[in-house]
Design a protein around this ligand. Structure first.
Ligand SMILES: [Zn+2]
Length: 262
């Protein structure tokens, strides 16, 4: 399921049943909704979307669902979206804003459990604060000049900004758009110049380009960073676990001695 569905579940379960339109391991940016997704929306009370341009396919699905009673929570509504990047949830402090919006939307849809949603939100907020402090401590263990990453897609902008990691490059700048040979060569050059230690791929995308990049720049490749979707293993099965897993993965890759094949 999507990371957003995981955060939503933490707030509204067991009172509301959460269905993720985007399945585990699928890419939310180029998701193709199926007829059953329109049916799901037709029967739903509440739709939680990230907004900020992430789910470009969603408007048509909502129109198709013909559900005038559907309440929509836009998690990034009112937040300061930077560089048109919708991945705000990758910063746990922004995730707190998501939680507040989800809890408010759930309370309006199901007033009988309003207090339960508020309580779940408070509990989750505390966990998010704890997560934030923990990530900060872990990233601090990486020598400052080694805090550089090249990632597959732009999901890491807010995380990198919050924790002082320099994002040197993004391989797929727009969803579904492969970089040209020139852009790839440019990334190899950037990786060398900034002594980037690793490139980070994600399970929902083919690692082919990242492998090519890692080979050319002679650096390590990490193939399992999770962001838009949680994973199907317990250690990455929900948002909080996923963020810890990712952070440990990043710390390990950026502190390891250099050299893939050097
Ligand atoms: Zn994404």
């Amino acid at each position: 399921m999507s990371t957003l569905a995981s955060i939503t579940s933490a707030i509204v379960s067991p009172y509301l049943t959460v269905t993720s339109l985007v399945p585990v391991g699928a890419s939310v940016e180029d998701f193709q909704p199926r007829p059953q997704d329109v049916a799901t929306l037709h029967d739903a009370r509440l739709l939680v979307e990230n907004g900020a341009g992430l789910e470009t396919w969603l408007r048509d699905t909502i129109d198709g669902a013909k559900n005038p009673g559907l309440r929509i929570v836009d998690c990034t509504d009112g937040l300061s979206v930077e560089q048109q990047n919708p991945h705000l949830w990758m910063d746990p402090l922004y995730a707190k804003a998501y939680v507040a919006r989800i809890a408010a939307g759930a309370a309006l849809s199901d007033p009988r459990h309003a207090r339960d949603y508020a309580e779940a939100a408070r509990r989750y907020d505390r966990q998010l604060d704890e997560l934030d402090r923990w990530i900060r401590t872990r990233i601090a263990a990486i020598p400052p000049q080694q805090r550089t990453m090249i990632v597959f897609h732009n999901a890491w902008y807010y995380y990198a900004k919050r924790y002082g990691i320099q994002l040197i490059g993004v391989v797929e700048r727009n969803p579904g758009q492969e970089p040209s040979a020139y852009e790839l060569a440019n990334l190899v050059d950037l990786a060398r110049r900034h002594h980037v230690r690793a490139v980070f791929a994600e399970p929902q995308f083919s690692p082919k380009l990242m492998r090519q990049l890692a080979r050319s720049a002679n650096i390590r490749i990490v193939e399992d960073l999770y962001d838009d979707s949680v994973g199907d293993r317990p250690e990455v099965g929900d948002y909080l676990s996923m963020m810890r897993y990712d952070t440990e993965t990043i710390v390990k890759a950026l502190t390891a001695s250099t050299g893939g094949h050097a």
